[in-house]
Design a protein around this ligand. Structure first.
Ligand code: FES
Ligand code: FES
Length: 171
């Protein structure tokens, strides 16, 4: 392939200079904007540009839940959402869960019930649990377990996590 051909391939595949797009979104209640490449994931955006590092990269294929964020109130695997698709949306990360009055009741309960060991999964579990309680303030144990089915804890704290959530809902 000659030089013109190679340049054409690079242009078509967007390999040489990916066109950046400016997006605006609300993150933890504050207006933010950022320049992102088409391939930038929502997880990369919050961790690498906004320095909100609570959400973690685990599997990178939408299986483990370590990267969970709330997008317009719904839990999503941020490893598998493109940042450009979050343009105009509202994002909640674990850093936005507490407020000036202190930790969120779920965070307090996770500590009280020892619902974490290494903590790698904790951000994802907390945000998924928050989405559950927003949707269904009095979930049964079965509903809690079903809703959390997409979140993995390699330290095996499942029982404590369910206990913590049950404590928050008073069951
Ligand atoms: S890192 Fe996104 S689901 Fe596992
Ligand atoms: S506390 Fe270690 S992975 Fe869940």
């Amino acid at each position: 392939m000659d030089g013109i051909g190679i340049r054409t391939v690079f242009r078509v595949l967007d390999l040489n200079s990916p066109m950046k797009k400016t997006i605006s979104l609300k993150v933890n209640g504050g207006e933010r904007s950022a320049e992102v490449e088409p391939r930038t994931t929502l997880l990369e955006l919050v961790r690498e540009q906004f320095y909100l590092t609570g959400a973690k990269l685990g599997c990178d294929i939408q299986v483990c839940g370590a990267c969970t964020l709330l997008l317009d109130g719904k839990p999503v695997s941020a490893c598998s959402v493109l940042a450009v698709d979050a343009d105009g949306c509202e994002i909640l990360t674990v850093e936005g869960l507490s407020d000036k009055d202190g930790l969120h009741p779920l965070q307090e309960a996770f500590m009280e019930f020892g619902a974490l060991q290494c903590g790698y999964c904790t951000s994802g579990f907390l945000l998924t649990a928050k989405a559950l309680l927003d949707e269904c303030p009095q979930p049964s144990e079965r509903q809690i377990k079903d809703y959390l089915a997409g979140n993995f804890c390699r330290c095996g704290c499942y029982q404590e996590i369910v206990q913590a959530i049950k404590n928050v809902v008073g069951s």
